[in-house]
Design a binder for this molecule. Structure first.
Ligand code: 5AD
Ligand code: SF4
Length: 515
């Protein structure tokens, strides 16, 4: 069948979509770039904020119109919204034919088949959700194995000069156990499950053999990765995914006699066992229990990018407590100190929620102080969005008016922009490796003095006709964006790592020259 797949939300979803695409293609389905040409329309959805869900509801509205006009169309909601809304969604949106939660994606082909013979198939045969199904009651090994197969069977064919296909995600942990009070992820993606290190390393090797040069490891709280060997085996004796240990596990040394792979061990293994991998990165770091062992591996492994995405969420201890984040501001600052001491070049990015339940002007002021104090290269700033099913939704009051949330959001964006500018400035004059990933036409010469110098020095290359010129965009190991005049052969350079001299800076990017 002809399938259109649209992805909303996070990097986990992007990876899930890639796996779904590979799985359906291997079964003979064909992907089309426009929903109007599709017989099956799939939305891989995100529930983290209400806004993300609204977008999907409007897509479902459009699909409903097509069906009302008599088109034969299968509409599927997959990912976190399916899991969160459950079968209620069928009632509110009868145009939806199938639903599949993020922990059940291996069953999607079956659901599509069932929906294709919809008259015959009972609605229950078109739903696969962890919450309402027996699967999770089976042993973890049995339940997870098929899902694990989805990751393991991934087909990968990098395309020459396509940077996106030279950079890949590899999941090391599914789900989350932290239950931050505002967050829907533990409810939609379920309990933390860690993949066996050998599976992760093998997947990295296969991707690199296929031409990938950059891998980003994914986990909701990636530094909490910990795999105890010999505990979970499949029937044929192979290691299986395993439920993550509780937080207490990070307060005491590894139990004697249990061979354990920690996150630091895993990073080291990938770095050593996949030498052709040029860049190894990871997201998302949890500011609690981020051991020096990880920082030391990062320091001693030149191909591991010195970049941490470590969301602080707030600069107020009162708010952090209400959020159940499990650390104080001073512990966050201690983490930042340890990072900058061991890795002076490491960049730090984060997420912040403004207007969480009960946030006062004083709490917000403390968040501003934190942002001023930590050299954040960027922060994604979100207005608190109450999510049904979370503790905050049930027990706390969303009492900060929307206009106050908006004002705090804007204040913090302006502040972050100044902090980002300061961080970016420090890179001027240095030479950094850049992963070249995009070309863009600019309609006017670069606005900063340095940018103009860069253009005239580079001379050769800017195709500066009628005030448009081409830039090639790269990313430094610290995830800083570098814009450079594009040489003639720019297209051939996409998807490779080159050196760039940094000649100017702006709040959101660096101006550079390819060395
Ligand atoms: N409202 C606003 N932002 C949220 N996030 C998670 N849940 C919510 C919510 N209910 C933000 C957090 C998290 C990022 C992925 O999304 O900052 O780090
Ligand atoms: Fe959500 Fe907190 Fe888990 Fe992150 S650590 S996914 S914010 S519950």
């Amino acid at each position: 069948m002809r399938v259109y797949l649209e992805t909303f939300g996070c990097q986990m979803n992007e990876l899930d979509s890639e796996l779904v695409r590979g799985q359906l293609q291997s079964l003979g389905h064909e992907f089309v770039p426009h929903p109007d040409d599709a017989e099956v329309v799939l939305f891989n959805t995100c529930s983290v904020r209400e806004h993300a869900e609204q977008k999907v509801y409007s897509r479902l509205g459009l699909a409903g119109v097509r069906k009302k006009q008599g088109e034969q169309l299968i509409v599927g909601v997959i990912g976190c919204m399916a899991e969160r809304d459950g079968v209620d969604l069928f009632k509110r949106y009868p145009q939806v034919d199938l639903m599949c939660g993020p922990g059940e994606l291996d069953r999607l082909p079956l659901l599509i088949d069932n929906a294709a013979r919809a008259e015959a198939a009972d609605r229950s045969e078109r739903v696969a959700l962890a919450g309402n199904k027996s699967r999770r009651s089976a042993t973890l090994e049995a339940a997870e194995d098929n899902l694990e197969m989805l990751d393991l069977s991934r087909a990968f064919e990098p395309v020459a000069n396509d940077a996106r296909s030279r950079s890949a995600y590899v999941r090391i942990t599914r789900g989350c156990n932290k239950f931050c009070t505002y967050c829907v992820v533990p409810h939609t993606r379920g309990a933390e499950v860690h993949r066996p290190p050998s599976h992760v390393v093998d997947e990295c090797k296969r991707l690199v053999d296929a031409g990938v040069i950059e891998i980003t490891l994914l986990g909701q709280t990636i530094n909490h990765y910990r795999y105890a060997h010999g505990m979970a085996l499949t029937v044929d004796g192979n290691e299986a995914p395993q439920v993550g240990p509780g937080l207490a596990a990070f307060r005491k040394p590894v139990a004697p006699g249990v061979r354990t792979t920690t996150f630091a061990d895993l990073l080291h293994r990938i770095h050593e066992e996949v030498p052709a991998l040029q860049r190894l990165r990871f997201v998302t770091s949890y500011p609690r229990d981020f051991g020096n062992d990880i920082l030391e591996v990062m320091r001693d492994s030149p191909r591991i990018c010195q970049y941490l995405h470590a969301p602080a969420q707030s600069g107020s201890d009162r708010m952090l407590k209400a959020m159940n984040r499990g650390y104080t501001v001073s512990e966050y600052l201690d983490f930042v100190d340890r990072v900058t001491t061991t890795l002076p070049d490491c960049t730090i990015g984060g997420d912040i929620i403004v207007g969480f339940c009960g946030e006062t002007d004083e709490d917000f002021e403390q968040t501003c102080e934190l942002v001023q104090r930590v050299p954040f290269k960027n922060n994604f700033i979100f207005k608190y969005s109450p999510r049904p099913g979370t503790v905050a939704f049930d027990r706390l009051t969303d009492d900060v008016p929307d206009e106050v949330k908006r004002a705090r959001n804007n204040t913090l964006l302006a502040l972050q922009s100044r902090v980002s500018a300061r961080v970016h400035e420090q890179w001027v004059g240095r030479t950094v490796p850049v992963f070249l990933e995009d070309l863009r036409e600019r309609s006017a010469p670069a606005s900063t003095a340095n940018g103009r110098v860069a253009l005239s020095v580079a001379g050769m290359s800017t195709s500066e006709t009628n005030s448009t010129f081409r830039q090639i965009i790269g990313r430094s190991p610290g995830d800083l964006i570098v814009a450079m005049p594009a040489p003639e052969n720019a297209v051939e350079l996409l998807g490779t790592v080159r050196s760039a001299r940094i000649v100017g800076s702006r709040p959101l990017l660096l101006d550079g020259l390819l060395a």
